[in-house]
Design a protein around this ligand. Sequence first.
Ligand SMILES: Cc1cc2nc3c(=O)[nH]c(=O)nc-3n(C[C@H](O)[C@H](O)[C@H](O)COP(=O)(O)O)c2cc1C
Length: 366
Amino acid sequence: MSELISAPHSGTFYSRQKFASIFADIGTAALRLLPAELAHDIGMGLMKAGALNYLPAPALDIAMAGMKVRVPGIGDLPHPIGLAAGFDKNCKCPGAFVHMGFSMVEIGTVTPFGQTGNPKPRLFRQSEQRALINRMGFNGDGAATVSERLKQLNWNNDRVPLGINCGKNKVTPPERAIQDYLQVIEAFKGLCKYFVVNISSPNTPGLRDLATPAFIEQLADEVGHDRSKIWIKIDPDMTRREFQELVSTIADRGFQGVIISNTHRVTFPEVGGQSGHPVMALSTACLEWAWEVHKGRLPMIASGGVLSGIDLFQKLSRGASAVQIYTALVYRGPWVVWKLLLELNAEMRLRGYSCVEDFIGSYYEH
Ligand SMILES: Cc1cc2nc3c(=O)[nH]c(=O)nc-3n(C[C@H](O)[C@H](O)[C@H](O)COP(=O)(O)O)c2cc1C
């Protein structure tokens, strides 16, 4: 890894990386002058039009030495940073996230039928805290449209695994929620590498009430063998006891793993789910609660508050096999993966590790 530290200080490598970074930082700062959802939509439009291809990309291969991870059910990844759900809800441009260097991409939340979501404004920045609050409410095109879009892409899941995050429509009563999840799963069968059952978004009334052992039991019975492809995404706002009972049932019933966590529910200064830095401690504590229950038996993907390489290290050392980010992309721009990998590398070297897999779960070692 010595080239990683020395190279950025020398010659053409340095100029190229710096140029790539400055260019992208200016674009990101300009977008942040706009209202948050408009900035997101313009950013997505630019990505879909292939604008990233005109930006000089940083040399990711150098940052990736020692970063390989194996995520059960998903596969071997060149590094542990994936895109979290919500950024590309409708599968408009998953390829752009591969160009940014993400090692896996999650699409959705997808609901059976298209719906408009909550009235705008519904996405807010808290820049001084490096946070966002959203109450989008599963705005999306619906399973048929999104799956058709993915089909047209001929996505190669062996190269970059793509996951589908599944939700329920707002109008679906709780007792029929399972049918909604099954419908979305059915629509994407054979098109993606893994599924996520989202019972943790705070912006669909009643959704979090599904986060009970009883619902998990029922879901397990309904999906049968497909359980091994399904991850359950959990919220960070339960009591320790509720959380651990849920995780215990998920592990016992043979689901592939858990994504810990979704956003933190807030009511001030806006109602919605908070993401970014303020969620880091809460969400990381939930990884520890889960580990207490399964002791490494149940794979975990971490999501919540990762904005730096040190944050990344904290999540992996607490037993996450991989990490997903959303808010960091908003605040640190399109080359955030590269930035995080460089920072993670520095943190690893400081602590005497040369590869990521050597310290996954190390927090629990005595
Ligand atoms: C605007 C916005 C929309 C989101 N939409 C979804 C969603 O549709 N489904 C989901 O499971 N998570 C959704 N999330 C949560 C993220 O996937 C992620 O779990 C959360 O933001 C914490 O990660 P972060 O701190 O890196 O942003 C959304 C987050 C944001 C900020």
